[in-house]
Design a protein around this ligand. Sequence first.
Ligand code: PLP
Length: 291
Amino acid sequence: MIESTGIAWVDGKITSMEEARIPFLDRGYFFGDGVYEAVKVIEGKLFALEEHLERFERSMKEIRITPPKTKAEFTDIIRECIEKAGIPNAMVYLQVTRGVGPRMHAFLPQGEPMVTLFVAPMDSLEESVRVAGVSCITVPDERWAHPHIKTLNLLPNVLAKQAAAEKGAFEAIFVLGTEPGGGVVTEASSSNIAAVINGKVVTPPLNGRILPGVSRAIMLETARAAGIEVEEREITLEELLSAEEVILTSTGVEVLGVRELDGVTVGQGVAGPLTRRLYEVFMAGSVQRLS
Ligand code: PLP
């Protein structure tokens, strides 16, 4: 164990987070030219690692980075770091950039991808937050046209989350377009969304405008296995604002209820009954995905 605030892995070298150094000319720093994953560690076990590593490979291919390591090699590095970190409940952050070289926009002919990773403590949300639900705001979805790729280019997400924080809200939900009805909702700044509309759970489809969330997929699978009907279709802002329940899903929050949206109470003003049920079946199904 190195120390409790986490450890970093940079190009094969493990250090404390504070001591980790990356080269100034890394393209991740200048261009955000890279992709990442965040995997949850629960009591020393990795949650849904295979799903995360598959999405990581897909993201690399989408931006034309040849994966510098196999999934098995990434797994070995991750496990070594978890063991060294000795933090039972943590997040593993894994990043690949197009590497180091003179600052030129086009790819460097001899560029080698740069792998970095850290393990830092991350506890599950408090039960009281789960019961109470969280508040959200809506913001225009002004991101680039490929938010299905988990790239380092998170400026719109950063600004959206900050806008939420400044209003005392937990998350910002993106709204795309200004069609009659106020456009469609896509996802949130660092989570996917779902809603209960006319008694049914609906969530936006994987149409390239959202990140294919690992938690979203597990929520859909465990809900269906439990006999809860779930539909993947577009949700208008108007529908979201009058939904019975609004739900966030992500590695960090798992399945979390929304109690207030743009200052208006959602449902009964606490995490709704279907949200609680979805959370229960999600957690029950999670056990099989720990490794
Ligand atoms: N959408 C965005 C924009 C995200 O950044 C994230 C997670 O970071 C998610 C959705 C949820 O994805 P996952 O469930 O794989 O954590």
